[in-house]
Design a protein around this ligand. Sequence first.
Ligand SMILES: O=C(O)[C@@H](CO)OP(=O)(O)O
Length: 206
Amino acid sequence: MSGTLILVRHGQSEWNLKNLFTGWRDPGLTEKGHEEAKSAGRKIKALGLKPNIAFTSVLSRANVTNDHILAELGLEGLQTIRHEALNERDYGDLSGLNKDDARAKWGEEQVHIWRRSYDVQPPGGESLKDTGARVWPYYLHTMQPHVLRGGTVLVSAHGNSLRALVMALDGLSGEEVVKMEIATGIPIVYSLNADSTVASKQILED
Ligand SMILES: O=C(O)[C@@H](CO)OP(=O)(O)O
């Protein structure tokens, strides 16, 4: 067994609450979102985990979530690397639109395909496959080496950038990933084997 990888989707954002496609847009967290992020930190602490390094996207909802988690752990000064490879999937022309309005315009099924399918791109945006093509190499080159050295790595990111990462870690197919959702502020804790395969996975639900 080597190290630990902790994945956390940011707490509820203003645009999650307003039901808007967000992607690379940069809304802040709601009150509930701040609480979810703090609660994620307390759950990580309760498990006795102590990250050695943190990674996050360049979007504020993930940055603030990382800050709350580190504060709960008493690790405010921990080295944090911010990179756009971890940003949310780019929703292209859908960004800023209301999800119900989009369903009324294009139909329930088409909107579900844009939101959850593996390789269908929304107009002007990225498919989950495109997102994985930036997230997975970034994971392999910058995060996984810390885990394989026995470290504990905290990653605060987004619904779809984390779906792409979990898809690869869990070996899910393009059909299986359609059903997979990642909840805001609920840590997912992986232990990796020395050969980089997954030894265990724990979802820290309430
Ligand atoms: O709007 C977004 O960027 C994402 C995450 O909030 O939404 P969806 O659930 O459609 O992937």
